[in-house]
Each structure stands twice: as C-alpha cells, then as structure tokens.
Design a protein around this ligand. Structure first.
Ligand code: SIN
Length: 304
C-alpha cells in the first residue's frame, strides 16, 4: 500500500544578525534564537541619550524583537516620552485608554480570564492604511512562568517560500480586515467576557485595506511575508473561499518553528518589536495568574 508523505524537514535557516550581533556602547545584547529576538541589558529608557536611542533602534532593526530588562521605574509619561523618540505615537482605537494617558492601552488578564488578548498570530493593526511600525509592552505584572510572547521572523518566511510560489505572489496584494481581527466577537460585552482588557469595540473602525502579500522593509530593503490568519481576509480579486487554500499554506509556513523565538517576561521589562517583519502571539498558559502590560504603538508607513 502506498502512503502520502506527511512531513518535510526544514532546511537550516538563520537570520545573520543573530550570529554576529554588533557591539553597542550603551547596552549589551544577547540574541535568543537563530531566527530573531534579543535580551537587552544596561540601558535606562527614561534617561537614555540620543546616541543610545539610535543604537537601540539599530538593535531592533537587526534582531526584530527586543526584551529590554530593568525598566521597573519607567512611569507612563516616561514610556510615552520614550515611544515619541521613535516616531509618531498613535492612539489605538480598539481598547479603552489608560486613565489620563490616551496613548497607552492596558492589556490585562485576570486570573479567571478565558483567553489571552492577542492570542493568535498577527502583525498589529494591519487593517490600517498605516499600521504601527513598532509595538511596545511594559510589564507591570506577569505570572511566575508562562505568558510568553511568541514571534516569527517574516523575512525568513518570505525567503524560504518555494521560488515558483514567490514569483506568483511577488506583485499580489491581500485584503486585511479588522472584521477578522483577534477580537472576532460581536460586541464589547462578548469580548469582555473573555478578557479583562478594557476593549472599545466600534464596528465603524473595522477597516479594510489592500496591502502587498510581501512588503519591503523601508530600512533594510528586505521583503517580508505580510499575511496572517487574524487579519487577512482574502487575496485581492478573489473570494475568501478561493483564497483560503493558499492562505492557509502561507500561514502555516509563516510560523515554522525555525523562524520563531519566545520572549520571556519579567516585571519591569519592556518588549518592543517591528511589526513590518514579524508576527507575534500572546501565549495563554497561566490560568490563575494576573498579567498586566502597558502597550504603546508607534505609527508606521503605508506598506509597499
Ligand atoms: C498583542 O498582541 O499586542 C499582545 C501581545 C502580548 O500580550 O503578549
């Protein structure tokens, strides 16, 4: 009896900066996996010099997601001030802002919550015309273990696609829709029954926009796959039904284990990532514990 092959091995991959991190004058960087991610120590974000911030942005470009330890004293105004040094700080419309700080969204999981907010693979707000380039979370509280944020390097995802498929997708666009978003519920009340994060669910804000299937990073010039199961509704010119077989293949490929890393939280740490070239995922594996993050997004360019 013949069998259909059910797996293929992943040929070795690496994201070069992980193996040759630059030496920085203002902090130390420890890469996490061969794909992406780094722990950063030795910088105080509330008093960093312009030169230190420029180095930090270089490290972010290289390693895609950074966990910056030791920011216990970063107040909400200081977090906003830090974010403004990286670009225009947007107001995120899908969650109620922190009292007195419209730029900050509080992501809160209470011990009894059913789902983690952001618990599907996505790139933030890609249904916006100008999705955020960076997202940062400052950890106010986290469980003793669990609650990691997972990431997947989408430069590698694009580069490792079958060449014929890449040629087919090179100039195509896909429709990103807030309708699918990671809050697919019908109302605030339904979302609120899943998470303590204070949501602000307004159907008129569920934008739809066509973005390239592979976008070019404005700084590195590299292409990154830019579709995900949380926002991508269909390929432009096709129905969702027609698009789904290929999209599902891309989504599965996008999160190949060799493309990923996980950032482990500690109280006071601040994580920041580049949404233009990675997906992320909030792990829901800490029932009975509280997790509290202060989130700010920095606006980006229209994807090309
Ligand atoms: C998010 O998707 O923005 C939240 C990620 C997390 O809480 O780990």
């Amino acid at each position: 009896m013949g069998y259909v092959p059910t797996f293929t091995y992943q040929a070795a991959v690496c994201h070069a900066p992980q193996f040759a991190p630059r030496s920085y004058r203002h902090f130390t960087v420890s890469p996490l996996t061969g794909a992406m991610g780094a722990d950063v120590e030795g910088i105080d974000l509330s008093s960093a010099s312009d030169a230190a911030i420029a180095e930090l942005e270089q490290a972010l470009t290289d390693h895609i997601a950074l966990m910056i330890r030791g920011q216990e004293n970063l107040t909400p105004p200081a977090q906003i001030a830090f974010a403004r040094r990286l670009g225009h700080v947007g107001i995120w419309p899908y969650a109620k802002a922190m009292e007195g700080y419209p730029e900050i969204t509080e992501l809160i999981q209470e011990p009894g919550d059913k789902y983690a907010f952001g618990g599907t693979w996505h790139s933030d707000s890609c249904s916006f015309e100008h999705p955020p380039k960076y997202t940062m979370l400052h950890c106010v509280a986290c469980p003793p273990v669990g609650g990691d944020t997972g990431f997947a390097n989408q430069y590698l995802a694009w580069e490792r696609l079958d060449p014929a498929l890449k040629a087919e997708l090179e100039h195509r666009r896909a429709i990103a829709s807030g309708r699918l978003g990671y809050m697919t519920a019908a109302s605030d009340a339904e979302v609120q029954s899943h998470t303590a994060t204070p949501v602000s669910f307004r159907p008129e804000e569920l934008l739809e926009v066509a973005h390239p299937v592979a976008r070019t990073h404005p700084v590195t010039g590299r292409k990154a796959l830019y579709v995900n199961s949380s926002y991508t509704l269909c390929l432009e010119g096709e129905s969702q039904k027609q698009s789904l077989p290929l999209l599902r293949r891309l989504w599965e490929h996008a999160i190949t284990p060799e493309f990923t890393c996980r950032l482990r939280w500690s109280r006071g740490a601040l994580a920041i990532w580049d949404n233009r070239c990675c997906l992320h995922y909030a792990h829901s594996d800490y029932p009975g514990y509280r997790r509290h993050m202060r989130r700010i997004v920095v606006e980006g360019e229209r994807p090309v």
